[in-house]
Ligand binder design. Sequence first.
Ligand code: PLP
Length: 391
Amino acid sequence: MNIKEIDNTYIAHTYGRFPVHLVTGKGSVACDENGKEYIDLGTGIGVNLFGYCDETWQQAVKEQLGYIQHTSNLYYTGPCANLAKLLCEKTGMKKVFFCNSGAEANECAIKAARRYGQLHKGEGNYYIVTLENSFHGRTLTTLAATGQDHFHELFQPLTPGFVHAKPDDADSVRKLVEEYPCCAIMIECVQGEGGVHALKQEFIDEIKKIAQGHELLVICDEVQTGNGRTGALYSCMHYGLQPDIMTTAKGIGGGLPIGITMLGDKVQDIFKPGDNGSTFGGNPIACAGALANLKRLDDELMESVKAKSDHARARLMACEEVESLDGLGMMIGIKPKKAKNSDIAMKCLEKGVLVLTAGNNMVRLLPALNIDEKTLDKGISILIETLREEA
Ligand SMILES: *Cc1c(COP(=O)(O)O)cnc(C)c1O
């Protein structure tokens, strides 16, 4: 049996995979079992922040592998402490909890918000307003937080306590916080899986006011939007929003599993020893790699992310088969005029370009932040050619 056959036989069918077996990668180019190369504009869903086998990240990981690979959270280790310090310095958040995935980071955010509601607003104030078309993870609780009905149907009953407002509609948020006893509003400033949609500044300004008026925490899910992806360290920074809780994962690990929940002023002391935990949380290898990545996310890099995004967007906007563009920075959502996003992704794959899809028939690009202009340009050219052929 080849790898595809073994996989299909022995791995649960939770993924609809493309018919390609990737074996190696360097920078923004992946290579399959037959030696065919692919320009990767998806980076494993925004995870390979600096591409495949990035040398700086690899160096940090390899070095840590020679010191200590894991110990329990009963003992102190350096990489997680230093990563937490740099995260707080760069974001103004006060404390950090480490786990292993975006969903888990959101679980911790939800726990913190519920605890805050209990302590400061009284029992029963546990509702959290999230948005339609949001995506917050696959655990039962983060699925309940996710504002997409089709994710809810299969696994009833889900965790109670989530209500969904309409994105960019402050009145629908207001209505829900008046109707339900809430503790928090949770948003992705740029919705990812749900359709690569950058929320409007006015909407986020209203969310701030509503949260203030009702003593609600604001939680920003920066799992996909974070770590330089949008041209700012975290996407809430574009909007002048300082959240009470911020979560991230995906790109900061550069390919190793890590989830991060950052706690602001109001909730920094919400957890006591034993209140939450994770065996692998703060793993020295994952944290050493993440720290090396975070150190590189400076103003100069953010400028280059914006410049590359502007260039790619200008080229895509000029294509007559593009209905509209959305997203922010190197989180690019493309709405084709006629073509189906999944057909585009399949045809691009055949032509050697990896792209992602998202809700609302969007084609989604999450290129490596350090992709070189030539490779990006070539990938965009092939995408544009495909959009025309599929029209
Ligand atoms: C991917 C994603 C998650 C879930 O992260 P996992 O690591 O898959 O658990 C949560 N929120 C957002 C916004 C995401 O894009």
